[in-house]
Design a protein around this ligand. Sequence first.
Ligand code: 3PY
Ligand code: MG
Length: 256
Amino acid sequence: MPASLSFPDRLRGGSPVLAAWCGMPEPTIPGLLAREAFDAVVVDMQHGSVDMAAALQAVPLIASAGKPALVRVPVGDFAACSRFLDAGVSGVIAPMINTIEDARRLASVTKFPPVGERSWGPHGALTVFGLQPADYFRSADSLSVTFAMVETREALAIVDDILAVPGIDGIFIGPSDLSIALSQGRELNPESAAVEEALDHVLARARAAGKFAAIYAVSGIRAAALVRKGFHMVSISSDVSFLRAGAQAALGAARG
Ligand code: 3PY
Ligand code: MG
């Protein structure tokens, strides 16, 4: 059974999912990081420079390493959510979900009727999940996770309502944008006291709703702290940051 088949079960399983985060415009990078000890790999199309073709190519490369592939789509790009599910991702992360209507639209493009209105055409997903069309159709909604990003004051104020939308499987917190919003534009500090309070609140509300809570961590140390809090999934740093850190460490060692 491919590992991607059981991603929601893996999230429910109790041990936190540590995910790589990739935005470089080259599909082999998420493919290679999937072969490291990450539990999942996210391709970021909101801020990353990866385009649709490269992101779609990354999906089978990640899956062939036995890891679930997830994508963060650009803001408001609901159509892309369905395309990535068709390609075989195990999770979609949609940024800036600030209204109930945003959450409903997200659920509608990621779940088949009767929950949503996802259109049929899983061109890569059948291969990734190793299923016949009828079996995939029956199980698709429970094979993948739909994450609504909470990263503004508006979203924070209605987090229970977002969590209550059928088809929204969990919340993904964007701590950097949240820090900007909570400080009314005064600071970028994803570890501020205000962010800490907000993320504890969202985590508790998601758990109370029986849904998933995920978050982005700027470093491995921060990821460890967020795992201790009880997040189901934590994404760590980024491909660009890993590259820079590796280059700086090597040059530092070479130059003494
Ligand atoms: C944020 O921190 O705002 C994010 O979107 C995570 O990358
Ligand atoms: Mg953000």
